[in-house]
Ligand binder design. Structure first.
Ligand code: SAH
Length: 346
């Protein structure tokens, strides 16, 4: 199998040209086509001679993602079905917010975790995305944002399909590309990685002094409930998770955001509210209350507004910042937890 040329760094690319008796600056040119211009084929590299393009074609491939289908929501959200080189599909979403654009991108094909309320978990994990596939989603949505909204993307959230921390190496490499000058040059402060709470990998990130933000999908600060709705979390107890989050805060100075959905008869009582307040007070944090988006699992129903208000009231009383995340793109199944490749099954 031919190697993907984008797995080479600039130095490796330049030495490839030198060893084939071409000047090394050709490496810079090709690198620029690959990363700044994000081209899909060698034929688009118009300042490179045909002879050189043939050599590249003989040696390498460019496994660029392709947009298989685009759906637009009436609220302006755009969902992309993204085809990978091996014909697998993931989804990525462009979310316009006032005068900004957030890109929601996937990290895995399917997901190995088993959150009962999430449509993606029903797909099972097929494979990790490589760093280029992560980068391509961001750069594609960046182009779409320029095209449809006249502005580049301002933020990226890893809240698409998959568990980003279980694809650790490619996640970090992908973010490096996204933030580097050769890539999109986006500040890491504008990137948020959302995890279901893999404690040991939160510690690893803290040790690497990463500069992006961390969100943890908590949904309950009571072990028994959390284990029921997110069965894998039996392996990652809440106190261990909290220790990892404290460590993250100490090492990076950053405040974690807890993502939290309130469901009828699951976590809509005072016991759960008090447990969340206590958990939040143990380490600096913010809470993002997420509107539940219906999936096939009928056991999960959004709680009444007055319960959500009670959550907000108690959190604010305890000086814990709380925001509400409105659903976007619901009419095209592009909202959180709805990404499940409906297209494949049609
Ligand atoms: N695996 C990671 C990232 C993907 S999920 C994580 O769990 O954080 C992104 C966010 O969407 C998570 O907070 C997740 O809990 C939430 N989510 C999952 N299903 C949802 C649904 N049906 N409605 C609303 N949010 C959902």
């Amino acid at each position: 199998m031919k190697k993907d040329i984008r797995s080479l760094n600039l130095k490796e690319l330049c030495s490839f040209f030198e060893s084939n008796d071409f000047p090394s600056f050709r490496g810079n040119q090709v690198y620029n086509w690959l990363w700044n211009k994000s081209v899909f084929s060698f034929d688009e590299m118009t300042n490179i001679s045909l002879q050189l393009r043939d050599l590249l074609k003989k040696e390498f491939v460019i496994n660029h993602i392709k947009i298989d289908n685009i759906q637009k929501s009436k609220d302006g959200t755009i969902k992309n079905a993204v085809k990978l080189f091996d014909d697998l599909l993931v989804e990525s979403v462009l979310i316009p917010v006032k005068n900004r654009t957030t890109a929601c991108i996937s990290s895995q094909v399917g997901c190995s975790l088993d959150c009962e309320f999430c449509a993606t978990s029903k797909l099972k994990r097929i494979r990790n995305l490589n760093a280029d596939e992560i980068f391509d989603q961001a750069s594609t949505i960046n182009l779409q944002s320029k095209h449809y909204y006249n502005r580049p993307i301002s933020n990226i959230v890893f809240m698409g399909m998959g568990e980003p921390l279980l694809n650790y190496k490619n996640l970090i490499l992908g973010i490096e590309k996204i933030t580097s000058k050769d890539g999109l040059g986006l500040s890491p402060k504008r990137i948020t990685v959302s995890t279901s709470g893999i404690s040991k990998l939160i510690i690893k990130m803290a040790d690497s002094q990463v500069k992006f933000n961390l969100a943890v999908s908590l949904h309950s600060a009571i072990e028994e409930t959390r284990n029921k709705i997110m069965p894998f979390s039996v392996k990652f107890p809440l106190d261990e998770l909290l220790n990892a989050i404290k460590y993250w805060n100490k090492k990076t100075g950053k405040i974690v955001t807890y993502e939290y959905i309130v469901w009828k008869e699951i976590n809509d009582d005072l016991r759960h509210i008090n447990a969340l307040v206590k958990y939040c007070k143990a380490s600096p944090s913010k809470v993002n209350l997420i509107q539940y988006n219906k999936t096939a699992n009928s056991l999960f129903v959004s709680a009444e507004d007055n319960i959500i208000d009670k959550y907000i009231y108690e959190l604010e009383k305890n000086r814990i910042p709380v925001t509400i995340r409105k659903s976007r793109g619901k009419d095209i199944d592009a909202a959180c937890g709805q990404l499940a490749n409906k297209l494949i099954n049609q």
